[in-house]
Design a binder for this molecule. Structure first.
Ligand SMILES: [Zn+2]
Ligand SMILES: [Zn+2]
Length: 327
């Protein structure tokens, strides 16, 4: 009988491709049993090439993160039993049962997941149903599960190369126009390789998780639109904060047009008579952005008090009594 190898470090660094999302874990340390004693040493790495083998892009580094099982399944099972035995004990019993049932179905040894949308949007194809993708992974001989953390999660022990082969086969059923893809895009690089496996999207009975078949309340929807944390309170803000949808309506079209060029802006401001010229204090002469001519019937509007971008000429004074031509 030989003892199981000692576990490596429980935390890992994450290398994730910025192009296609493929990820690799790098355990921080390793352990080796020698003569009844466990010896810990530094890990060797990195586990990947600088460029992603699927799409040629670079990797981002994340972590360290917990790379061992997330849940104590014995504890989860006991809670499920007690909630099922006394469903009226908690008002959220339904949700507890839903979330914990997904937890019990989750692959315990796979810490991270892909999402359905991420896989299809990377190659710009339409999205297979969750059951079709899960069936294809099972047909290819790998395990698959949901994650309690995300509705579209695909947790699997299949390597990214298998997932991309499955997506390549899916793309063949409704092809993506290649001429629309840049030759350096992840989609182009992935789709220019022929799949090595023939994916089978026939729906399998075991592709539908039991929690889904039983219609449990698994992923809580927000109770209303714009639900969640609000912007922080700001000094000077008074009373009840404006709800986001109202604020959005109020701010519509208020943003300054960044496309306005200098000539256009000068034309727009030239219709306003120059207040300082009227007072005899404007020193800008013909460079002034406001009109120094006699007020015309269409330009009776006063110039903005402190127009942005205009150099300050003198400190603002109290408005003088209206002279000729004034309002
Ligand atoms: Zn990649
Ligand atoms: Zn002026």
């Amino acid at each position: 009988m030989c003892a199981p190898p000692p576990p490596p470090s429980k935390q890992a660094l994450l290398f994730q491709c910025v192009g296609c999302g493929a990820f690799h874990l790098q355990r921080l340390g390793r352990a080796a049993a020698t003569g009844g004693r466990v010896k810990y040493s530094a890990a060797c790495g990195p586990p990947i090439h600088p460029e992603c083998e699927h799409c040629g892009q670079r990797h981002q580094l994340g972590g360290p993160l917990w790379a061992e099982p997330l849940h104590d399944l014995d504890f989860v099972g006991r809670i499920l039993d007690s909630v099922t035995a006394a469903p009226s004990r908690f008002r959220t019993s339904e949700r507890i049962r839903g979330v914990l049932s997904v937890v019990t179905e989750e692959l315990p040894d796979v810490p991270l997941y892909h999402t359905l949308d991420q896989l299809s949007s990377t190659i710009h194809c339409n999205t297979p149903s969750l059951l079709q993708l899960r069936s294809a992974i099972l047909h290819a001989g790998f395990r698959v599960s949901l994650s309690h953390a995300c509705k579209n999660a695909v947790k699997t022990d299949a390597p990214a190369s298998v997932l991309w082969d499955i997506m390549r086969c899916w793309e063949k059923e409704c092809p993506v126009k290649r001429e629309r893809l840049s030759e350096t895009s992840p989609a182009f690089r992935i789709l220019s390789v022929e799949p090595r496996l023939q994916a089978d999207f026939t729906i399998r009975e075991d592709a539908n998780p039991s929690s889904r078949q039983r219609g449990l309340k698994r992923f809580q929807a927000n109770p209303e639109a714009n639900w969640g944390p609000r912007p922080r309170a700001r000094p000077g803000a008074q009373g009840v904060p404006t709800p986001p949808e109202e604020r959005r309506r109020l701010r519509q079209n208020k943003r300054k047009d960044p496309g306005e060029d200098a000539a256009h802006r000068a034309d727009r401001l030239k219709v306003f008579p120059c207040k300082r010229f009227k007072e005899g204090t404007c020193e800008l002469g013909e460079h002034c952005c406001y009109s120094h001519g006699p007020p015309t019937p269409t330009s009776t509007a006063a110039a903005p008090q402190d127009p942005e971008g205009t150099p300050k000429q003198s400190p603002p004074r109290p408005a003088s009594p209206a002279g000729p031509g004034g309002d």
